[in-house]
Write a protein that binds this ligand. Structure first.
Ligand code: B1M
Length: 212
């Protein structure tokens, strides 16, 4: 018999194959899909977050764990479509204009999804005009922007300016991150928040929607 603890461990170990298999087994054995996600998959990811923050787990292992979590989520997600899986809110995530780095962004997306957000992946090299257009169409609660280059982080400022010009700034929170970005820069451009890593990005998003 499969156990929730085994599934959490498979995620922690970054074992996608096992995570997929155990998620299916638990569902087949009658475990509630939400318990499979909240206790099994997210249970493993929570421990990853703790160890990543403590500096005892590193990026490749975090990526593997995030992939293992996604593999399990893909099995269970269709089953909870009609259940009360309450979303914490909608986040629009992208890498800014002229920047193609997406490993960190994807990690942030996975942590946000693990925390219970609906995430729209806007992709990479996304211009301020496109972000604003998407905000008008998709009405996210939060925009998350990632930048890895000192040159491209300036597009975060342009995006906030454009949101102001379009009268949208009060309707959406803006969070930023990426290696060259800092809290000082976030303050300078009047973003609503900055996080140094994927784990704290999910915590930040939760606090911005009053769910922390
Ligand atoms: Co590029 N690159 N790269 N690169 N690259 C860096 C960023 C660089 C620091 C390398 C160096 O010179 N030491 C340097 C930038 C220098 C600078 O501007 N300060 C650099 C450069 C110069 C370039 C090119 C210009 C190189 C060239 O062509 N001459 C070019 C630019 C291309 C472009 O974007 N237009 C380029 C290209 C590439 C590759 C395509 C080869 C590849 C990207 C592949 C991909 O992403 N699919 C690449 C890579 C892999 C790197 C390094 C080696 C690793 C980046 C990474 O993925 N880290 C990087 C050097 C480094 O950082 N050590 C480098 C792992 C990832 C998990 O961390 O992205 O920081 P990170 O994300 C973290 C946090 O920052 C945070 O959470 C994540 C997880 O904890 N975070 C957020 C990120 N976004 C967040 C958003 C949030 C909150 C937190 O809220 C919304």
């Amino acid at each position: 018999m499969a156990s929730i603890e085994d599934l959490a461990k498979a995620v922690f170990d970054g074992d996608s194959k096992k995570s997929k298999k155990l998620s299916q087994k638990l569902v087949d054995e009658g475990v509630a899909p939400l318990d499979v996600i909240n206790q099994g998959l997210m249970g493993g990811m929570t421990e990853v977050g703790v160890q990543f923050k403590a500096g005892t787990m590193f990026v490749p292992d975090v990526m593997a764990a995030a992939e293992a979590m996604s593999a399990g989520v893909a099995i269970v997600k269709p089953l909870i479509a009609h259940e009360d899986m309450q979303s914490l809110g909608k986040v629009y995530m992208c890498t800014v204009k002229a920047d193609l780095h997406d490993i960190g962004k994807n990690l942030v997306i996975m942590m946000l999804e693990g925390a219970g957000f609906e995430v729209i992946n806007g992709g990479v090299d996304v211009a301020p005009e496109k972000i604003v257009e998407d905000v008008k169409e998709l009405h996210p609660d939060i925009i998350g922007m990632s930048a890895l280059l000192t040159t491209t982080m300036l597009h975060m400022k342009d995006t906030i300016e454009l949101l102001k010009e379009e009268g949208l700034r009060d309707q959406v929170k803006v969070i930023i991150g990426g290696a060259p970005v800092s809290q000082d820069f976030a303050d300078e451009i009047a973003a609503d928040g900055y996080s140094p890593d994927a784990v704290s990005a999910a915590d930040l998003a939760k606090s911005l929607v009053g769910a922390a």
